[in-house]
Write a protein that binds this ligand. Structure first.
Ligand code: IPE
Ligand code: IPE
Ligand code: MG
Length: 241
C-alpha cells in the first residue's frame, strides 16, 4: 500500500471510539455487533498509525462512566476486550513485527480477573517494543486519574519525600497514567458528538480537536489521512503569538 507522506506528524493522537451503538442500530444489528465492528477498526487504525511512524496513540475503549450501561452490554464489552483486543490469535506476532508497546490506562480495580491477567501479560510481553506506544484507555476517567495523582503526591508529601513547593505541573504529569509520554497533539472524536467525555483531562490542555459525523465502525485509514492533512494546517501557538 502506498502511504501518504506528511510534513508534520503529531507525536501522539487520541481516538475516542464512539458511535458503535448507532452504527449497529443503522444496520439493524444489536449494539454488541457494533462493538465487534469497532474493535476491528481499532486494530486497523492502530496498525496504520504504527506504519505511519506515529510515536503514541491512545484509544478510548471504556470509560469509568460506561459501567452505567445495561449489564449485558458491559459483560459483552469485557468479553470483547478479552477475546479480541488482548488475546487475539495473531496479536503477539503483530505487536512484535510493528514493535507496538501496549499500555492500558485506567482503573484496574473493578475489571474481571481474567481480563486483568491478560492486560498484565500483554503489557509484559510488549514492554520492550519501541516503535509506537498504543494506550488503551479501559475503565479510564480523566478525573479519576487526577484523583489518583493527587493521592500519590499527597502520600509523598506526608512521607517527607517532597515538599509542597515541589508540586508543579511536571510532577503531576509524572504521576498520571501517561507519565513519560508526550501529550496528545490531536484528539479525534467521531460520531457527531462535540465533547471529551472525561478523556485525557490533564493531557488535553493544548490538544487540537478533530470532530466528524463518521461513526467509529466506519472510520478508515483515509479518515486518518484527513486528520493528518488537517493537522498540517493548524497553527499551534501555546499562548504565544
Ligand atoms: C463507543 O460506542 C463504545 C463505548 C463507549 C464502549 P457507543 O456504544 O457509545 O456508541 P453510541 O454512542 O451509542 O452510538
Ligand atoms: C466515550 O463515549 C467513551 C468511549 C468511547 C469509550 P460515550 O458514548 O461513553 O460518551 P458520551 O456518553 O456520549 O459522552
Ligand atoms: Mg457513545
Amino acid at each position: 500500500m502506498e502511504m501518504k507522506k506528511f510534513e508534520v506528524l503529531p507525536r501522539h493522537i487520541g481516538f475516542i471510539m464512539d458511535g458503535n451503538g448507532r452504527w449497529a442500530k443503522n444496520q439493524g444489528l444489536k449494539r454488541g455487533e457494533g462493538h465487534i465492528a469497532g474493535a476491528k477498526v481499532f486494530k486497523k487504525i492502530g496498525e496504520y498509525c504504527a506504519d505511519l511512524g506515529i510515536e503514541c496513540v491512545t484509544f478510548y475503549a471504556f470509560s469509568t462512566e460506561n459501567w452505567s450501561r445495561p449489564q449485558e452490554e458491559v459483560d459483552g464489552l469485557m468479553d470483547l476486550f478479552i477475546d479480541y483486543l488482548i488475546d487475539g490469535d495473531s496479536r503477539l506476532e503483530e505487536n512484535k513485527e510493528r514493535q507496538m508497546k501496549l499500555k492500558f490506562i485506567g482503573e484496574r480495580e473493578g475489571l474481571p480477573q481474567e481480563l486483568l491477567e491478560l492486560i498484565e501479560k500483554a503489557e509484559r510481553e510488549t514492554k520492550d517494543y519501541n516503535k509506537i506506544t498504543v494506550n488503551i484507555a479501559l475503565n479510564y476517567g480523566g478525573r479519576a486519574e487526577l484523583v489518583h495523582s493527587v493521592k500519590a503526591i499527597a502520600e509523598k508529601v506526608k512521607n517527607g519525600e517532597i515538599a509542597i513547593d515541589d508540586i508543579n505541573e511536571d510532577l503531576i504529569s509524572q504521576n498520571i497514567y501517561t507519565s513519560g509520554q508526550p501529550d496528545p497533539d490531536i484528539i479525534v472524536r467521531p460520531s457527531g458528538e462535540y465533547r471529551l467525555s472525561n478523556f485525557l483531562t490533564w493531557q488535553s490542555a493544548y490538544s487540537e480537536f478533530w470532530f466528524s459525523d463518521i461513526l467509529w465502525p466506519d472510520f478508515t485509514t483515509d479518515d486518518v489521512d484527513a486528520v493528518l492533512e488537517d493537522y498540517q494546517k493548524r497553527h499551534r501557538r501555546f499562548g504565544g503569538v
